[in-house]
Design a binder for this molecule. Structure first.
Ligand code: UDP
Length: 477
């Protein structure tokens, strides 16, 4: 190599839950002396810049660059207007058509950009490409063409990676496509390294492939390609999923390096502006506030369901912060929340369009998290020792719920299928936040919190795995 510093081109998947860990990975690797060229999608670049009031000559890494890290920044267009609603309510138009076009078009766009980076990088040409696993279909042809090491970052639990990797076993055992009736009863106990689970613990695109067929298509395409990767990085912790990770390590060089959610909280990562809840939270007693968020994508089903949440919250009498995502919270409130909710909640609650979730979970006032079980939310909740009430909707969330409730015992199910009722909402809030059950759960989540925090310490598994990965990279260059 002409230059002793390895140079990695990095492409995050364009959703909040994927962007945050990828940005943090870049900061980590740059501080270990790698050159990084970060390639966000242009619309993500615009959202982050707007949310954080960045100047035209600034990007998310300006501060890191000023501190001496070599992180370059080269947004790429996906060919759609910046303000096109890529995950709007019309799934066929907004989501499916978008990804169909991406499959056809995006690898060529990235290829053009990479050619330019190769031509202009002088004595430090890129030798590595790190993509989100859901972009491994972009990585494979480009890594082959330019002779780059192919590194894949998986931002969900290793358990979900293993199931996706062994999709052929789901097919052979009639769990995919699901044979409803028969499929519901059959236990899944044949995925190497993964303990027994029920069909309802599988990812939504396995259980209901017809709901949003594009989800299954993206997963299958990504896992066809990820088999070509040279290294897999996982945003999980060895101690939490050790059997699964050792089984995966037999097949692909696997490095659990999580949680990679907590690198210098002051840096810009959020696609939306935060509402500051600090002052409100600091006025509340310890463990008295329930935090409610269903993640970065629109999952709330309908007005009736929201009403059950709203009345359940009022019945429970706890303090709460509820994230209802919309650029115009007032319209959203009019559309979704019952008209008497605002009076009922008085000063007991905050309804906000987006907040600094890490900051809210870190507050001693926060005592529970009603979550959709997105993996980042689960990691952040565990990191701060906050027990969960689980209400999964889509993708990996049903499987994450199984880990949280059945395996690690740090959360409860909000309901067992069907529609949620206000009584269940109030009852589960009590279980997680009041009395002996709350103490027991706090004790369990404390054990997991320690595992996570230890993993990043000097002798911790994730800390060591990141070093091993960097050594492995150097040996292959
Ligand atoms: N998040 C946030 N503010 C909010 C709600 C969510 O910063 O008001 C962040 C949260 O901290 C997490 C991410 O958005 O890192 C959501 O990722 P997750 O994997 O939990 O769910 P997804 O959005 O991918 O379904």
């Amino acid at each position: 190599m002409a230059n002793s510093k390895p140079h990695a081109i990095v492409i995050p998947y364009p959703y909040q839950g994927h962007i945050t860990p990828m940005i943090n990975l870049c900061l980590n690797l740059a501080s270990k002396n790698l050159i990084i060229t970060f390639i966000p999608l242009e619309f993500n670049h615009h959202s982050i810049s707007k949310a954080h009031n960045l100047h035209a000559d600034e990007d998310i890494f300006t501060g890191a660059r000023n501190a001496g890290l070599d992180i370059r920044y080269a947004p790429v267009s996906d060919g759609f207007p910046v303000d096109f609603d890529r995950d709007g309510n019309d799934v066929d138009r907004n989501y499916t058509d978008y990804w169909k076009t991406m499959f056809l078009d995006f690898p060529g766009r990235v290829d053009g950009l990479v050619a330019g980076i190769v031509a202009s990088s002088g004595d430090s040409p890129p030798s590595i490409m790190i993509t989100d696993t859901f972009f491994s279909w972009v990585a494979t042809p480009i890594c082959e063409k330019y002779g780059l090491l192919n590194v894949s970052l998986w931002t969900q639990p290793a358990t979900v990676f293993a199931i996706n990797y062994h999709f052929d076993l789901l097919r052979q055992n009639a769990h995919f496509p699901p044979q409803h009736g028969k499929g519901e009863e059959g236990i899944i106990n044949y995925i190497p390294g993964v303990g027994s689970m029920r069909p309802r613990d599988l990812m939504s695109y396995v259980q209901y492939p017809d709901m949003i067929p594009m989800l299954t298509e993206i997963e299958v395409k990504s896992f066809d390609h990820v088999k070509q990767a040279d290294f897999i990085l996982y945003n999980t912790v060895e101690e939490l999923e050790s059997d699964t990770l050792s089984a995966l390590n037999q097949i692909l060089p696997s490095f659990p390096i999580g949680p990679i959610n907590f690198y210098d909280a002051s840096l810009a990562r959020s696609l939306r502006p935060h509402t500051d809840c600090t002052e409100w939270l600091s006025s509340k007693p310890p463990s008295s506030v329930l935090y409610i968020s269903f993640g970065s994508i629109n999952f709330i089903a309908d007005k009736e369901e929201v009403a059950e949440f709203a009345y359940g919250l009022l019945m429970s009498k706890v303090y709460f912060i509820w994230v209802i995502k919309d650029d115009n919270i007032h319209d959203q409130e009019k559309k979704f929340l019952p008209s008497d909710f605002k009076d009922g909640m008085g000063n007991r609650g905050l309804v906000v369009p987006w907040c600094d979730q890490g900051g809210v979970l870190a507050s001693p006032a926060t005592g529970g998290f009603l979550t959709h079980c997105g993996w980042n939310s689960v990691l952040e909740s565990m990191w701060h020792g906050v027990p969960m009430i689980c209400y999964p909707f889509l993708v990996d969330q049903p499987t994450n719920r199984k880990l949280v409730v059945d395996d690690w015992k740090i959360g409860v199910n909000l309901c067992d299928g069907g529609r949620v009722t206000r009584e269940e909402v109030a009852e589960k809030i009590d279980v997680v936040m009041k009395g002996n059950s709350a103490l027991r759960m706090k004790c369990e989540v404390e054990k997991v919190r320690k595992k996570l925090q230890d993993s990043l310490g000097g002798e911790g598994s994730s800390h060591k795995n990141l070093d091993l990965f960097c050594e492995g990279l150097k040996l292959r260059l």
